[in-house]
Design a protein around this ligand. Structure first.
Ligand SMILES: [Zn+2]
Ligand SMILES: [Zn+2]
Length: 243
């Protein structure tokens, strides 16, 4: 299956957003009762918020998943997005999981408080596991080799040859063939509001768009530069072109 760079990125961000939501819910579980302390006759509910350690671990752990979305947003390379998003979400999940367990082992059992976990404890663990799972899922997602990057020029796309009088179909590229075609310049195309690049099919933006002086076909500046370096001709009308 062929997927575009944008499709893979948006897939990562959709999964990552799930991690951010799990992290946010994890932070909210701090407000619930995490432990019931049974001290003689008195029964006391301790929230996650009551312990400075769990407050720190859970807030940092819960925020990491959302934070990873921000960092990954600034990165272009798919592999870097995957590692940042997955790694930070996984780390956040580990901290979130550590938080209730640490308190239970060192604060409840460790100082011999009589008590048992309350609903918030299980909610905290549950949300932490979701965050962990999402981080692992991102890291384990294989990056397909068939990803089309915006700058990549598809090598086998056939372009309509409007000047050719010969039957269409694959033809050997002969030296003499080009002498029958005209010479074109790359001109800056201003005020381009819509349309797609003839080479990469991604939308054109004004300021970055040029046109072939012979046929008027529009391209991204980078796309036509790369194309002309390889083919020395307009991909649309085959006119000779130099960058
Ligand atoms: Zn382009
Ligand atoms: Zn042209």
């Amino acid at each position: 299956m062929i997927v575009t760079h944008e499709e893979v990125v948006s897939r990562f961000f959709k999964i990552g957003a799930g991690g951010a939501v799990a992290g946010a819910i994890h932070i909210l579980t701090l407000l619930l009762g995490w432990y019931i302390e049974t001290n003689g006759e008195a029964v006391l509910t301790l929230t996650g918020y009551n312990f400075i350690e769990s407050f720190l671990f859970s807030v940092v752990g819960g925020l990491l998943a959302g934070f990873s979305l921000l960092i990954a947003y600034l990165v272009k390379k798919l592999n870097a997005i995957k590692v940042l998003l997955g790694g930070l979400t996984l780390t956040g999940g580990l901290l979130s999981l550590f938080s209730p367990i640490y308190i239970y082992v060192f604060k409840i059992l460790g100082v011999n408080l009589r008590g048992y976990p309350d609903i918030g404890f299980f909610a905290a663990i549950f949300t932490a596991i979701i965050e962990l799972g999402i981080g692992a899922l991102i890291l384990l997602t294989p990056l397909k080799k068939e990803v089309i990057y915006p700058m990549e020029i598809p090598p086998t796309v056939a372009y309509p040859d409007t000047l050719s009088t010969e039957p269409s179909g694959p033809q050997p590229r002969l030296r003499g063939e080009r002498s029958r075609t005209s010479v074109a310049q790359i001109e800056i195309a201003e005020d381009v509001e819509e349309g797609v690049c003839t080479i990469c099919y991604y939308p054109l933006t004004s300021g970055n768009t040029v046109r072939c002086s012979a046929c008027g076909a529009l391209f991204h500046r980078d796309c036509i530069d790369a194309w002309v370096n390889l083919n020395h001709s307009c991909p649309n009308c085959k006119a000779l072109m130099y960058s």
